[in-house]
Design a protein around this ligand. Structure first.
Ligand code: N01
Length: 562
């Protein structure tokens, strides 16, 4: 079969794949083909249709920015402070239509292999429909949370009732009316789904292994006044998202938690709590660095649980004691804690009495059997690398990405990896990705890749690959920055602890969105420092001067002085 030939292949048609396609095709004038496993655009927002699914970033900054279009920002009006899944999906469908993107997307098609051919300097990509196409550039836009984690409980397949994973929820929805339901998992997803399921079901058993520090979401409808105010300030809002630590339009306050009095600290926490969302995590600059500082926020949150949950024993069971605040992604909640005051909800501590097996009629722990009609697995994802590995990516010497990263990801800037020329990973591991407001990080990567491809064209090249020394340096820098924080202390999916056998590393980069952007820009401005460039698959022109880490050091020194 003759392979079809493109300039670029993109895998995935969520936020990142859509924007990448637009830039490749409409900005650079390249030919591109997108492969998408689903039968429509949307990515995360296509698959995650569980009850209560909504975004934990505020809707007015969880979208494409003015980089894509100021008109689109003016045209689109969000109806809720935190947009529900159907609305975000509609938004992405609207973007696909507005920019006529669907014609270059092949839906219902999975990439099963992607191999780099040294002799031609091209990627050869095979798909599950037997198709084969080649391209100079391969760009993964597969999202960070797209391969579900379904724990391998003994007897799982013997269950005779209905079961669901939240990450692949039935499109027609699920009616739990009159049903007894077990929900396994109390991460950001479980916390959104459980209150909604409890409204419908006859009884809900919440099987909790680790309680989280859930922050009040404070969701509410957006008023016309909200909309006008936001639209009048969009430029400033987006500029701020690009400069702050987490990609929000508000930054971490420049003060230490223990530098203020107890009374003042409580006032600051309470004010952030009232405003809702992730603001609480930005109240002091040492919450992620110092355990004593962190404990003040952790205890503030435990006190909120005790206020809202009537039974003190249940309140204590819901209170995290084994990890500092924000070392696991804190869920945003809307009525989660009150759910445990209902008669039809039972909290089961599966840390103390672990799940032993799934039986034909329910879930058996070491203590009891819970007979249920339905099981909901809110058990998360094989994050950041799970989907990349499933693409069957092989680089220059036939080395598989999975083999290369057997001990953990090795990247340069979280976008590229040595031995895999012309491979770009949007929001790849060791970039800020899931430690940020995703659309901001997605746009930054797509724009950086776009500039890089333009640079190659303008300098008469078509091949780029990071040097091993640049990659070693980035991995070392990533690990050093990680060790400054409390993040390694928790068994979170951020460190891969949720997947048996997964190498323990911090997968996202914690140096901050604004800092990271400056680092990437510095690398680009120095003729893509740390990359070799060339043509036809042969890249030898380029050196590594350490620009990335030098930029970080400069920024950190300036911050320490201020
Ligand atoms: O998954 P999780 P998630 N036995 O891995 C439990 C994003 N998100 O889908 O903590 C018993 O966080 C596990 O227990 P433990 C967001 O970034 C975004 O909830 O490992 N329990 C945990 O309670 C989020 O962080 C939005 O002890 C088991 C739960 O299952 C990410 O998605 C909305 C178990 C899994 O929690 C993932 O969240 C929702 C076992 N064998 C989610 N295995 C937005 O706002 C796992 N668990 C955009």
């Amino acid at each position: 079969m003759t392979a079809k030939v493109f300039d670029a292949i993109v895998v995935g048609a969520g936020f990142s794949g859509l924007y990448m396609l637009h830039r490749l095709r409409d900005t650079l004038g390249l030919s591109a083909r997108v492969f998408e496993a689903a039968d429509d655009v949307g990515g995360t927002w296509y698959w995650n249709r569980y009850p209560g699914a909504r975004c934990d970033s505020e809707s007015y900054f969880y979208s494409f920015s003015d980089r894509l279009s100021e008109d689109l920002l003016r045209e689109w009006t969000w109806t809720e402070r935190f947009a529900p899944q159907p609305e975000i999906l509609r938004y992405l469908q609207h973007v696909a239509d507005r920019y006529d993107l669907r014609k270059d997307i092949q839906f219902s098609t999975r990439v099963v292999a992607a191999e780099y051919h040294d002799a031609t300097g091209r990627w050869v990509v095979r798909t599950d429909d037997g198709g084969q196409i080649t391209a100079t550039f391969l760009i993964t836009a597969v999202g960070c949370l797209s391969t579900t984690n379904l724990p391998d409980f003994p007897g799982r397949d013997s269950f005779r009732g209905d079961w669901y994973h939240t990450g692949v929820w039935p499109h027609e929805g699920v009616d739990f009316t009159g049903k007894r339901v077990a929900v396994i998992g109390t991460g950001a997803t479980g916390v959104q789904a459980i209150p909604e399921i409890a409204e419908q079901a006859a009884h809900v058993y919440v099987l909790q292994r680790t309680p989280n520090y859930d922050i009040a979401g404070g969701n509410r409808p957006m008023t016309a006044e909200d909309g006008q105010k936001i639209k009048a300030n969009y430029r400033e809002i987006w500029q701020a998202t690009r400069e702050t630590a987490f990609g929000f339009p508000y930054d971490v306050a420049n003060r230490a938690a223990l530098s203020v009095s107890e009374e003042e600290r409580q006032r600051i926490f309470a004010e952030a709590w009232e405003r809702g969302g992730f603001r609480l995590g930005t109240t002091f600059n040492d919450l992620l660095l110092d355990e004593k500082a962190n404990e003040t926020a952790s205890e503030f949150l435990r006190a909120r649980i005790r206020e809202r949950v009537h039974d003190p024993e249940i309140a204590e069971l819901l209170s995290p004691r084994d990890h500092p605040f924000f070392t696991k992604r804190p869920p945003l909640e809307n009525g989660y804690y009150e759910t445990f005051n209902r008669d039809n909800v039972t909290l089961v501590n599966v840390r103390k009495t672990p799940i032993q097996e799934i039986t034909p009629t329910g879930v058996r722990t070491t203590d009891a059997e819970y007979e249920v009609d339905s099981i909901v697995y809110a058990t998360g994802f094989d994050a950041m690398t799970g989907t990349l590995f499933k693409l069957g990516i092989r680089g220059r010497t036939g080395l598989g990405l999975r083999e290369k990263w057997a001990e953990g990801p090795r990247t340069y800037l979280g976008i590229t990896t040595h031995g895999f020329p012309n491979l770009f990973m949007i929001t790849g591991p060791q970039s800020p990705s899931v430690l940020s407001n995703m659309p901001v990080s997605i746009e930054q990567h797509v724009d950086w890749i776009t500039d890089c491809l333009r640079y190659l064209r303008e300098t008469g090249r078509d091949t780029i690959e990071p040097l091993p020394s640049a990659e070693d340096d980035w991995v070392e820098h990533h690990n050093e920055v990680t060790q400054l924080t409390l993040l390694p202390k928790a068994n979170s999916w951020w460190v891969g602890a949720n997947i048996p056998g997964k190498p323990r590393n911090l997968y996202p980069y914690v140096g901050g969105v604004g800092t990271y952007r400056q680092i990437c820009d510095e690398v680009a401005s120095r003729d893509y420092d740390g990359f070799t460039k060339g043509s036809g698959g042969s890249a030898s022109d380029g050196e590594f001067t350490g620009a990335a880490r030098a930029k970080y050091t400069d920024i950190a020194a300036a911050a320490a002085e201020s």
